[in-house]
Design a protein around this ligand. Structure first.
Ligand SMILES: Cc1ncc(COP(=O)(O)O)c(C=O)c1O
Length: 466
């Protein structure tokens, strides 16, 4: 492909052929890819470029991850220098970039944490489950604490254990059965309350359900509760303000660890460095990925509070150490890039920018989109936003799948990429936005305009006018 992003039809044709003959892609049906034939060759700021020269405003930051935006050449420089200096050595020894990155994370978390490095968000949560179990083995030797309590419709990753911990049936069903140590409770998806209640008269019953569940399972069998502060994949579910403090209190009452999944929420996305910081809670285990390195290289981490870390300390003969190793954990090149990524976020005040630009985008979306009767709800925090589409606002019946897809397709045809929630027939009717945190006001205006036009088109389609 041309490095200058000049359209090169012959090179594009070769990639398409090579790809379709050899690659097995994730999640997307190949037939759809055969039709779209999207080949991304360049990216800068919030914009990506297809090999045919078409540019798109990427309002999903890739997969909710390119937080500092595309095309930061200095990160390439840092990676090259680190590769020449010391490309790799296993993290059974120390290395400077990983130590520095762990210190940065600890500072962002207030100074009471240690970090264990892995390569993806799934691995970060998976290691979190294992930390919780091993901690329980050390600290509660007479008990058998091994269960994780999660929420229906949560997404925590793609490995068997993280899928089991998550609650998206349509993502899970083809790989069943799962082991039984992951228990689910109703999620704080207030627009479609799973308990049929309304806030605030519900008294946040979805939080108290966690206590009932711990009691029902037997507290001596429960190792941890996992929560994503603002649930992303299910269509951006912002919980009531009391929800997470209540969950934390329940965890403390039963000596159950609080495992917070910050894979999407983390690193500025919601207008604070970490999503849980909106709610004043303090995780025992925190999974981070994506924004930690803005996806320039693969790196992720399981961050543990020092009282948990202490449990892994002892004489060599006691065998209390973390009982796993992964080849690329603490990779010096990825760590060096992640470290600079975080510095950039702080220098450019990107969490604050996400808060203010998120307010601007939210106000514009509400102003323009609520004019359409099929827009049921617009919610979010910072630059994590969901627009729930319904057949009509009173009934809240989910808009037909084909029409939600038509909104996405129409946006793309107009040069804007937006996402769609998962969550099967109950929750996959939300258009989701998670743009780079450097998105400009005029790009927000473009995004609002594209959504307005696309939703207007679907309204006309449904009325038989298009
Ligand atoms: C909340 C959450 N947790 C975990 C993961 C898994 O991360 P990865 O795809 O890097 O394994 C994701 C991925 O989108 C996610 O959204």
């Amino acid at each position: 492909m041309s490095a200058t992003n000049q359209p090169d039809p012959e090179a594009r044709r070769r990639v398409v052929e090579q790809d379709l003959d050899n690659v097995m892609h994730p999640i997307l049906q190949h037939k759809a890819l055969e039709r779209s034939q999207m080949v991304v060759t360049g990216a800068q700021g919030s914009t990506i470029v297809d090999a045919d020269g078409t540019t798109y405003l990427d309002a999903m930051a890739g997969l909710w991850c390119v937080n500092i935006g595309y095309g930061r050449a200095e990160l390439a420089q840092i990676a090259a220098e680190q590769m020449q200096q010391m490309a790799y050595y296993p993290h059974t020894a120390m290395n400077l970039p990983a130590a520095q990155l762990a210190e940065q994370i600890n500072q962002l978390m207030g100074g009471d944490y240690h970090t264990y490095f892995v390569n993806s968000g799934s691995e970060a949560n998976e290691a979190g489950f294992k930390v919780a179990r091993q901690y329980a083995k050390h600290e509660f030797p007479g008990e058998f604490r091994f269960k994780t309590i999660g929420r229906y419709y949560a997404y925590h990753g793609t490995t068997l254990a993280t899928l089991a911990a998550g609650g998206m049936g349509d993502r899970k069903v083809k790989f069943e059965p799962y082991a039984g140590e992951f228990i689910h409770v109703p999620a704080p998806t207030c627009y479609r309350c799973p308990l049929g209640l309304e806030y605030p008269s519900c008294k946040v019953a979805c939080a108290t359900a966690i206590e009932t569940t711990i009691q029902g399972e037997g507290p001596q069998t429960v190792a941890e509760v996992i929560v994503e502060p603002i649930m992303s994949g299910v269509g951006v579910a912002v919980p009531p303000d009391e929800y997470l403090p209540m969950v934390e209190q329940i965890c403390r009452k039963y000596d159950v660890l609080l495992h917070v999944d910050e894979v999407i929420n983390g690193f500025g996305r919601t207008g604070k460095m970490f999503g849980h910081q909106h709610y004043g809670i303090s995780p025992d285990i925190m999974a981070v990925a994506k924004g930690i390195v803005s996806a320039y290289l693969p790196i992720a981490a399981t961050v543990v509070k020092n009282h948990v870390f202490q449990s892994f300390l002892g004489e060599v003969a006691e065998a209390r150490q973390v009982m796993q190793v992964n080849t690329y954990g603490g990779h010096p090149v990825a760590a060096a890039v992640a470290s600079r990524n975080i510095e950039i976020m702080l220098e450019e005040k990107l969490p604050e920018r996400a808060a203010s630009m998120g307010d601007y985008l939210m106000a514009g979306l509400k102003d323009r989109l609520f004019r359409h009767g099929i827009v049921g709800d617009i919610r979010g925090k910072g630059l994590l936003i969901g627009i729930e589409l319904v057949t009509d606002r009173d009934s809240r019946v989910q808009l037909e799948g084909a029409h939600i897809q038509a909104v996405l397709d129409r946006c793309k045809a107009n040069g804007v990429i937006v996402g769609r929630s998962g969550g099967g027939s109950r929750h996959s009717n939300t258009v989701v936005l998670s743009p780079p945190l450097i998105i400009t006001r005029s790009e927000c205006d473009t995004l609002i305009e594209a959504l307005d036009r696309a939703i207007g088109h679907v309204v006309a389609l449904r009325a038989g006018r298009a």
